[in-house]
Design a protein around this ligand. Structure first.
Ligand code: FE2
Ligand code: FE2
Length: 298
């Protein structure tokens, strides 16, 4: 219903002045949202407390995974025919693989980005906190897997070629980084919104674990929604057109690498959802804790 839409497309236009004001507004938001940055630990005070709350109040499956070996055999590289795996195992290996890409990408970026003490611009500071949040996401994903009884998961680098690509990407000139960085965040939110539905289906008979996985995913998605707006805010009128063009090839290429996603989720629909993303589908409890650029508000 157009009449009730509160938000505009994430591809909506913005002036330079609006973008400047929105960086100021995001910076205030992000400091409140994450709390103190612990640079040495790549961590944030409020996120750390939240993770500790989950760890101190663990929830476990009523019926443990029938075949954890199937997870451990396929979580780094798919060894079996994906069609032979149950949906639960595939969902969990898929979650790991998505998070692993994220982890590799941020490791490369963290080493290149100026630390808080040497950050010169507001954008530098925003990016430093952003990366710390991404490291928190990897910990939250790890907790999701532990909740399902998988406590022997290792975070393994990608192959040498992909590691190199992820290492070189943050060293590219800004005009080449901004559009892909924005589309990557958008892809994250799109994937998570589809993942909620999958968790609800796959864990129908495990309400405690289902609810916990959703709570853990909420912590991630709330940040990612803010990242989508923040990364969009780096982009001018040409870059926003380029970003739109990149959605389809990016989503296609990225998910081709994770066979589980093609099995469990509808990549075509994710592409459509990415192109149509406008914040209106998000639940109120997420919007309240997240951040949306002023020029995306109707
Ligand atoms: Fe993330
Ligand atoms: Fe993000």
């Amino acid at each position: 219903m157009m009449a009730s839409a509160k938000y505009l497309s994430v591809f909506a236009p913005a002036t330079l002045q609006q973008r400047k004001e929105n960086f100021d507004s995001y910076w205030i938001f992000t400091q409140n949202h994450g709390g103190e940055l612990f640079e040495d630990d790549k961590d944030l005070a409020k996120k750390r407390d939240r993770l500790k709350h989950f760890q101190d109040n663990p929830v476990r499956l009523r019926k443990p995974l029938a075949n954890p070996d199937a997870f451990y055999r396929n979580y780094i590289d798919m060894q079996d025919d994906p069609k032979s795996l149950d949906r639960m195992t595939m969902m969990l290996t898929g979650i790991y693989k998505f998070a692993r890409h994220e982890w590799v990408g941020i490791k490369g970026a963290w080493d290149v980005a100026p630390d808080m003490a040497s950050a010169k611009t507001l954008e530098d500071k925003i990016s430093r906190v952003h990366l710390a949040e991404e490291f928190c996401h990897v910990r939250l994903f790890d907790e999701m897997l532990r909740t399902c009884g998988l406590d022997k998961v290792e975070w393994v680098p990608l192959g040498p070629i992909k590691e190199k690509i992820y290492q070189q990407f943050p060293r590219l000139p800004n005009f080449l980084i901004f559009a892909p960085a924005f589309v990557t965040e958008l892809m994250g939110v799109t994937f998570y919104l589809h993942l909620y539905k999958l968790i609800n289906e796959v864990l129908m008979d495990e309400p405690e674990v289902r609810d916990r996985l959703i709570e853990l995913l909420d912590e991630i998605t709330i940040d990612e929604v803010a990242h989508v707006g923040q990364r969009r805010n780096f982009i001018g009128p040409i870059g926003i057109k380029v970003s739109k063009w990149l959605v389809k090839p990016f989503y296609t290429m990225f998910f081709k690498d994770i066979p589980e996603v093609g099995q469990l989720l509808n990549v075509e629909q994710m592409i459509k959802d990415g192109l149509a993303f406008d914040f209106n589908e998000l639940p109120v409890h997420m919007i309240e804790r997240s951040w949306i650029p002023s020029y995306c508000k109707a």
